[in-house]
Design a protein around this ligand. Structure first.
Ligand code: ATP
Ligand code: MG
Length: 760
């Protein structure tokens, strides 16, 4: 028997050894679907099929890399390098590079990312003299994206009565024209956006029979992982490519379908049997990944979904530990708990960093974990997302604040001078730069100094005035007040708030999260209980230290992985922290009133549980800052779906211990972090009883400020009775230190402004 067949169970082996004809494997998580798929590739090659004739597709680059690695391991040679294994987008981009001329594109066509695409759309909307608040770029982009993924070109779009009615109802009758202009513009620029990589591939195969014949001939064996998440475009392309040989192998799990919001349809897997004749169906029922406990919990949870193909899944693995259910006071406590637990587990069980994954519902949740991991010197990597402080919207926001604090910061001025759009174009910016060079002065000097002529305009003057108004706040206001004003008056927050797409919402949440961290910074006393320097400068200084710490980018590095559950599909880890299990977060607020959406959230929960091999923690916080306020959330309804017998419950949140770590850079970071106030302390502060409110006596008449002397008993309108301890300063700035007792304590009072009555 070949090496790669050793250890496969009977069903797996049947699937691997099946050579020709359509094959479908539908099975639960961790049952070896991906293993079968990769082993099958090895088997095909071992039986003489050329790597050149095999196409294997999956969804994430990470999954593709893992698949390639597994094939290489199974084959024990490097032949696998010639295989077409990759994501739909990357494989099709590669094919399109070779075939672009047939479509009238240059071979080195540009690929526009979402931001590029949106700015093209913005330009078109403006050129067409349409209201860009109504025809928002993000909205238009999503609409065009959905059309492309449903294989609808501009002409079809304009002829389709349902679509036309939808646009009419939304009062956007020009959508079709924008789509048409956008497609034309991209073509003229020699550019394709992400969706074009699927759509143009489809066009290539339908309009160019030679190309179709070529690839049908080439890809004699097609294998698709995670088939449950394919959309119409992907489905149609696969159908065409496989039509000649019909050696299509699809593997998937309807219980892990989590992309319906992007047009994926489980229908594709359900109707596979109708698409081809003589489909061989293999069921895999043994789970090799997880402990019995983890599997039982997963089965129990998914059993609550009505829409599903019933499957039985068992394992011969050990029963394993119970699931740790952990409640913390705040989201920062949650971060701290997870980092502490990782350290503890490593000491106890000698786990490596790479054995751990922290998986969350939304990208914005990464911040508290990033902070705790850094503080504990645990190397980590954020997968499939940019580090919180690297995200564009966060960087834009920070850029404003950096400019307010330091107007010499030319890079950041350039970044925000026309964001949100305020009519200061590229040419103007270039002219400013030239002028600054000529005069050997700064960018800011050129735009703000009225003696330098020929550059300024109303827009520029307004921008300068706005920045100055923030600067005027610096001395007397906290970092949060200034940050809030910046968000409000620049239009930055509004811009993000208006974008109601999934990505837009995520960006808005990230900006709120940034504000939360600033608020927390300013509101919480430090170790000594004093309110220390809470201005914007000190906040930014701290953040700079945070961002400067190097991140590890090596794929194989021994690091803790942080990612969304969506990005973790298909992967496995020894220890998994499923975090943020709170109503309105997971399940998400948008899914609560719709059974189908709720079932998709439950499938996501099933996905996160089944990523774990040995240990699973499920955590939630009593309160977390969301959208600028401290929100109390109920525990997620999904927690109740975990059988109590499998749970070990812990409540944590009182721990406030100082981080332990060696010296060097780490300890420098620790010092910074020691100053990071915790939400816990804030919560404690909020929990203290409010000081009593004083009602002034009916005969209250304020006395002259100059009459106040130490030792006097006085009455303050708001703080009540007190004793003057000290008096200092001159006539203009006479300040008294007054002890108002337990409620308010000792306060410094400006006597010229305060109203005080001398009692005796
Ligand atoms: P998912 O639904 O999460 O994508 P999957 O069905 O694709 O899971 P795999 O990732 O292929 O499952 O396999 C899960 C784990 O079980 C892997 O570590 C794999 O190596 C192991 N495994 C699969 N089959 C066997 C087997 N016959 N013997 C030993 N280990 C196996
Ligand atoms: Mg898999």
């Amino acid at each position: 028997m070949q090496n790669y067949l050793v250890g496969l169970n009977e069903e797996q082996r049947t699937a691997v050894e099946h050579m020709d004809g359509p094959l479908m494997i539908v099975a639960g998580a961790g049952s070896g679907k991906t293993k079968v798929l990769t082993t099958r590739i090895a088997h095909l090659m071992y039986n003489g099929v050329d790597a050149f004739n095999i196409l294997a597709l999956t969804f994430t680059n990470k999954a593709a890399a893992e698949m390639k690695e597994r094939v290489e391991r199974a084959l024990g040679n490097t032949e696998a390098r010639n295989l077409y294994i990759g994501t739909f987008h990357s494989v099709f981009a590669r094919i399109l590079r070779g075939e672009a001329n047939r479509l009238g594109y240059p071979n080195n066509f540009t690929i526009y990312d979402t931001d590029d695409a949106k700015s093209v759309i913005k330009g078109i909307v403006n050129e067409m003299n349409l209201d860009d608040k109504h025809y928002k770029a993000a909205y238009v982009y999503n609409r065009i994206s959905a059309a492309k993924n449903s294989l609808i070109d501009p002409a079809m779009y304009k002829l389709d009565t349902t679509i036309q009615q939808e646009d009419a109802r939304g009062n956007r009758p020009q959508m079709g024209d924008i789509y048409e202009a956008y497609a034309r513009r991209c073509f003229r620029n020699g550019a394709m956006d992400f969706d074009d990589l699927l759509f143009k591939m489809y066009i290539l195969l339908t309009h160019h029979p030679e190309a179709l014949a070529k690839y049908q001939g080439r890809f004699q064996y097609i294998l698709i992982d995670e088939y449950q998440d394919t959309n119409l475009a992907q489905y149609a392309i696969i159908k065409m490519l496989g039509a000649r040989h019909e050696n299509i192998c699809v593997v998937g799990d309807d219980a892990q379908s989590i992309y319906s919001f992007r047009g994926a349809t489980v229908q594709n897997i359900l109707q596979f049997q109708d698409d081809y004749e003589d489909v061989k169906i293999v069921k895999l029922e043994q789970n090799y990944r997880s402990t019995q406990t983890i599997l039982n919990v997963a089965n129990n949870v998914i059993g609550n979904n009505k829409n599903q193909i019933k499957k039985s899944l068992w394992t011969s693995n050990d029963e394993g530990d119970k699931i740790m259910l952990v409640r913390t006071m705040t989201d920062n406590d949650e971060g701290r708990f997870v980092a502490d637990s990782i350290k503890e587990q490593q000491m106890r069980n000698h786990y490596a960093n790479r054995d751990f994954a922290i998986l969350y519902r939304t990208n914005a949740q990464s911040r508290s974990f990033e902070e705790s991991l850094r503080r504990m010197n645990i190397p980590y990597k954020l997968v499939g997302g940019t580090s919180f402080y690297q995200r564009k919207e966060v960087k834009d926001y920070l850029a404003y604040m950096r400019v307010v604090v330091n107007t010499q910061d030319e890079e950041n001025i350039k970044r925000i001078i026309n964001y949100p759009t305020r009519g200061i174009g590229k040419t103007t910016i270039e002219r400013i730069l030239v002028r600054a060079n000529e005069l050997n002065t700064t960018f800011w000097e050129v735009i703000s100094n009225h003696e330098i002529d020929g550059i300024r305009s109303t827009q520029i003057d307004n921008f300068v005035m706005m920045i100055r108004s923030f600067q005027a706040m610096l001395e007397k206001h906290t970092a949060y007040d200034v940050a809030y004003a910046v968000g409000k008056h620049t239009g930055l927050v509004q811009e993000l708030y208006n974008d109601k797409t999934v990505e837009g919402l995520a960006r808005y949440e990230n900006v709120q999260e940034l504000l939360n961290s600033i608020k927390e910074f300013t509101e919480t006393p430090d170790e000594e209980g004093e309110l220390r320097d809470k201005n914007l400068g000190s906040y930014l200084q701290q953040i700079t230290l945070l961002t400067d710490a190097d991140q590890n980018n090596d794929e194989n590095a021994d690091v803790v992985k942080l990612m969304t559950i969506h990005a973790a599909k298909g992967l496995e880890f020894t220890c998994v922290f499923a975090v943020g299990l709170e109503e309105n977060l997971f399940p998400s607020a948008m899914s609560l009133y719709d059974r189908e959406n709720l079932e998709e959230e439950r499938r996501l929960f099933y996905v996160v549980i089944t990523r774990a091999k040995a240990k699973l923690w499920v955590t939630y916080a009593n309160s977390r800052y969301r959208f600028g306020t401290l929100v109390q959330n109920e525990p997620s309804r999904f927690i109740e779906e975990i059988p109590a017998a499998h749970l070990d419950k812990t409540f944590t949140g009182t721990s406030n211990k100082a981080p332990t770590s060696p010296g060097g850079f780490g300890s420098m970071m620790n010092q910074t972090f020691d100053k990071m106030p915790s939400l816990k302390k804030l919560a404690d502060k909020l929990a203290q009883p409010a000081p009593p409110v004083h009602t002034p006596s009916p005969d209250f008449v304020p006395d002259d400020a100059m009459a106040m002397e130490p030792g006097m008993q006085v009455e303050h309108q708001k703080f009540g009775m007190g004793k003057i301890l000290t008096v200092e300063g001159g006539v203009q700035n006479r300040i008294a230190g007054i002890d108002f007792g337990t409620g308010h304590g000792v306060k410094k009072i400006m006597l010229n402004f305060a109203k005080l009555r001398i009692v005796k």
